[in-house]
Each structure stands twice: as structure tokens, then as C-alpha cells.
Design a protein around this ligand. Structure first.
Ligand code: DQA
Length: 177
């Protein structure tokens, strides 16, 4: 799993500036005989899972979750690319990257950006890759400021309130897409 690393440039002047490549699926991880890749993108403070508010988020670390996902992905014939960043722009860039890499799906826990980020919603709506929203807790059962989800407005499905296991449920949903 990579944390806080800069993805390759897709901004103005980058390799895909101003165009959508119609062959994006052909020269991608979706090639014949290659396992399809599911990106699992995690937002701010999720690097502290296991330590952070365990009564809300449980004791599993993000590495524990990555391990669960890798085990299930193997059974499902998928590959998982798990990342975490505390920076909104990284999540936007990684959503673009998932598209151009021909990912099968993105599982996205945008954490607090869920409730604030129109940039992430726009990125989800800009790409062809289906995005499945995931939350460890159920934001609707919490403070009112967590009740709006911009991610949900673009996502094909949401899994919430199931603890760390929700990531595996989201991967099973991704396998069916
Ligand atoms: C969260 C819920 C968000 O409201 C919160 O800001 C998080 C984690 C979850 O997984 O339950 O950081 O996305």
C-alpha cells in the first residue's frame, strides 16, 4: 500500500491532458489474462485506524484491512491497489489514474472529504470507472454535518456501518460489476 505518494501527472500538460483515450481499456490492466484491478482509495486520518477513536472505527489498522482485501481478492480473481492520503488532490488524481489504468472499480472511503468535497464528486462523475463508497461507521447515525455525502451523489453503491468488513463487502460488489 502506498501512502501520501504523488500519482503521475494528469493535470494540464500531463500525458492525458485534454483528451480521453478511446482505447483506454485495451492498454490497461484489463488486458486478456490479466486480473482486473480494483483501486481502494482512503482519505484523511484513515492511516490512524486501529489507534483512532476505536469505539467508532474498531481496532483493525489499514494494513489489516489491506490484508483482508488481498485474501478475498485472490479468491475473486482480482487485484487490489490500496492507497491512503491525507490530501484531497491525491484522491482526485488517483480517481483519474484509475480511469486511465482501466481499473475495474474504485472503492472509496473519502473520510471527512465525503462531506465537503465537490472536487471529488466531480472527479467521480468525470471518469468511467464505477465507484463504490465505503464507510466503517454509519455517518447517518452520527453528527448532522456527516449526513451529506458528495461521494454518494456519484457512487454506484454505498457500504456503511459494517466496520472494516465493509471493505470486503464492497470488493464483493465490485467483483459483480
Ligand atoms: C468515515 C466516516 C467519516 O464521517 C469520517 O470523517 C471518517 C471516517 C468512516 O469510515 O466511517 O474519517 O469515512
Amino acid at each position: 500500500m502506498s501512502a501520501d505518494c504523488s500519482p503521475f501527472a494528469t493535470a494540464a500538460g500531463g500525458p492525458f491532458a485534454g483528451r480521453v483515450d478511446p482505447l483506454w481499456r485495451l492498454h490497461s490492466s484489463q488486458g486478456i489474462g490479466m486480473p482486473a484491478t480494483v483501486y481502494v482509495l482512503n482519505g484523511p486520518n484513515l492511516n490512524l485506524l486501529g489507534f483512532r477513536e476505536p469505539t467508532i472505527y474498531g481496532n483493525d489498522t489499514l494494513d489489516d484491512i489491506a490484508g483482508m482485501l488481498e485474501d478475498r481478492a485472490r479468491e475473486l480473481g482480482l487485484e487490489v491497489d490500496m492507497r491512503q492520503s491525507n490530501h484531497e488532490g491525491h484522491l482526485v488524481d488517483w480517481l483519474h489514474e484509475a480511469h486511465f489504468a482501466g481499473a475495474k472499480a474504485v472503492i472509496l472511503n473519502a473520510a471527512a472529504f465525503t462531506h465537503t468535497s465537490i472536487a471529488i464528486l466531480d472527479a467521480i462523475k468525470s471518469i468511467k470507472v464505477p465507484v463504490i463508497e465505503v464507510h466503517i461507521s454509519d455517518p447517518l447515525m452520527r453528527e448532522p454535518f456527516r449526513h451529506i455525502s458528495y461521494v454518494e451523489m456519484g457512487a454506484v453503491a454505498t457500504v456503511k456501518g459494517m466496520g472494516a468488513r465493509g471493505y470486503v463487502v464492497a470488493l464483493e460488489k465490485a467483483a459483480e460489476l
